[in-house]
Design a protein. Structure first.
Length: 321
């Protein structure tokens, strides 16, 4: 089971009276969905909770904005075409920074949540702009978010409540997935949600999961410093730094980094469609990221995601009901 399957399951509960699928066995008509950004199975497995999680898979590329688009549309990445923070604009022959774009404007997603009784509890993050036509309640700290989540569960006025929590991902990017700051952030977040979910499990079926996990990063390749690459490439990469995407001719100078190169029909298979499909996918080694764009240089990454390692792809799914 992966996040695409889960998105279809949610859609079937909300829109189709559970007619199509029943793989999760959701019992209640009212559903809450808690998305803990960056909570991989590697972290979740050691956290004590009142229900045991099952192990499920993220989707490829294992990136928050891609997962959001899949959850909001119940479509595969290759169907909705949002394949990372850097997207290709074919009309203008350019590559756009989706993070910047979302900060300045909202993007219209073909979401099935419109005309449903749904509430989205969101901190101030770029992905909020994907919900411009939905009912969104902003929150300002973790405790404020918990309060708003609890209040929404208590009122029972929505059939679906979405609660997004970014703190584990933020800690893991900064310190790495196995640092004590990340571990204690994950434990605090999961146990608080466990407590609330246990209390409200009669009123709502509550799903708690993640968008992806993290892999430890110890090596950064900067393509702008690679003269061979800069000479050879026809068009810069898009996607993200652990799932680079190329159009046109493949730059062979990348082979020296030992990355996994995927091409042809396999690309379509992996992203599940052909919208904005790259000709080549480059997935760096387990401990590496490959950067190109200037704003990638502003951050120091100790943990990251986007690729296909177990640490990135394996996530927990808790069901309270
Ligand atoms: Zn992240």
């Amino acid at each position: 089971m992966n996040l695409y399957d889960i998105s279809r399951e949610i859609k079937s509960v909300l829109k189709e009276d559970k007619k199509d699928l029943d793989s999760l066995g959701i019992k209640n008509d009212k559903l809450a969905f808690v998305l803990v950004d960056g909570l991989g199975w590697n972290l979740a497995k050691d956290i004590r909770t009142s229900v045991n999680p099952i192990q499920v898979n993220s989707i490829f590329p294992s990136i928050t904005v891609t997962v959001f688009a899949t959850l909001l549309t119940a479509k595969k990445p290759g169907e909705h075409g949002i394949l990372g923070w850097r997207i290709i604009n074919k009309e203008n022959g350019s590559i756009e920074n989706l993070m910047q774009k979302l900060k300045n404007e909202s993007i219209e997603l073909d979401t099935y949540f419109q005309n449903t009784s749904s509430l989205f509890i969101m901190p101030d993050v770029a992905t909020k702009s994907m919900m411009s036509r939905l009912k969104v309640i902003p929150y300002f700290t973790f405790w404020d978010g918990l309060y708003k989540f609890k209040t929404a569960l208590e009122m029972q006025s929505n059939d679906f409540i979405f609660f997004y929590i970014p703190y584990v991902d933020a800690a893991s990017h900064l310190y790495g997935p196995y640092h004590e700051v990340t571990l204690s952030t994950a434990r605090d977040v999961v146990q608080k949600i466990d407590c609330i979910s246990t209390y409200f499990k009669e009123k709502y079926s509550i799903l708690v999961t993640a968008d992806h996990g993290h892999t430890q990063i110890s090596n950064i390749v900067d393509l702008k410093k690679d003269k061979d690459f800069m000479e050879e490439m026809d068009f810069p990469p898009y996607g993200d730094h652990r799932s680079l995407m190329f159009k046109g001719r493949f730059p062979k100078s990348l082979l020296k980094y030992g990355a996994n190169v995927i091409e042809g029909g396999k690309v379509e298979e992996m992203i599940g469609g052909s919208k904005n499909k790259p000709d080549y996918l480059v997935i760096p080694k387990d401990d590496s990221i490959i950067i190109y764009w200037d704003d990638d240089r502003k951050h120091e990454f100790r943990g990251s995601h986007g690729g296909l390692t177990q640490d990135e792809m394996k996530i927990p799914l808790y069901l309270y009901q």
